[in-house]
Unconditional design. Structure first.
Length: 266
């Protein structure tokens, strides 16, 4: 990880924000261009397979670029506390993802605003209800690795050299949400993006953040595509109780992870 400069960091200028955002914009443009090219050429007829190929190509490009730019993937310092702390953070991210799903379900049931979820509905229609193994590989492995490299590896770390930790975490998270291009995923990804930035800040590891991201996406896919997590499908007061419980667990696991990382530094 790039170390913070001592003292209070100045507010970043627009050129710093743009410099930090460029990798995310390039990733979005490149993945969409490859997807559109393969789709228009009739090379593949499966949306999830098209996504897998486009993400894989982008991931290869950004791995090369990260090597060229010397982006830090993990801290060289290893202690016994980092691994249980990373596990705690991963559980916190999964719990937060479940809370986000419950919150949106409540909003839908209260306001019945179908336009709110129109963009997300298109995403689920395109990428879900296909081959489960391919969905897991694409949405729960390839996409999290690529997105963590881009958003926490480039965007977040670039901005940390020019601003405060809070600004870097919030900006990278909001950009992460905005480039999902629908309101549901904007809220979902922005909240998780802040937690993922916190993981990188505390552990110095993009791998830990990617593992947490994988866990959250896996729960989402299994919840949507299988009956394995049907016990999470709750209504009424049970849904509120479950959301509250998961929110409390999110705080507990983050707090315990932070304690473990303090022991490491101690």
């Amino acid at each position: 990880m790039t170390k913070q400069k001592p003292g209070r960091q100045p507010e970043p200028e627009w050129k710093h924000l743009l410099y930090a955002a460029v990798p995310a914009l390039v990733y979005t443009l490149l993945s969409n261009t490859v997807y559109a090219f393969l789709s228009a050429g009739g090379f593949l007829d499966s949306a999830i397979l098209l996504q897998a190929v486009s993400v894989s190509i982008c991931l290869a490009v950004f791995i090369w670029f990260a090597h060229r730019e010397h982006v830090t993937v993990k801290s060289r310092k290893k202690t016994v506390f980092r691994y249980p702390a990373s596990f705690c953070y991963a559980v916190a991210v999964v719990m937060c993802g479940i809370v986000n799903n419950y919150i949106f379900a409540v909003i839908q049931s209260k306001f019945q605003d179908h336009a709110l979820s129109e963009g997300y509905a298109r995403v689920t229609e395109v990428f879900y209800q296909q081959d489960l193994a391919l969905e897991i590989i694409t949405l729960c492995v390839l996409a999290p690795v690529a997105e963590e490299l881009v958003y926490r590896g480039f965007v977040y770390q670039r901005l940390r050299t020019k601003s405060s930790e809070t600004m870097a975490a919030v900006f990278s998270a909001l950009l992460f949400g905005a480039l999902h291009f629908n309101l549901v995923q904007f809220f979902y990804a922005s909240v998780l993006g802040i937690l993922l930035a916190h993981i990188v800040y505390k552990t110095g590891s993009l791998i830990a953040a990617a593992a947490a991201h994988m866990g959250a996406n896996l729960v989402s896919v299994l919840w949507t595509e299988t009956d394995w997590l049907d016990f999470l499908n709750l209504d009424g007061w049970q849904r509120y109780a479950a959301a509250g419980t998961c929110l409390v667990l999110t705080g507990i696991f983050i707090s315990y992870g932070n304690q473990l990382m303090r022991r490491e530094r101690g």
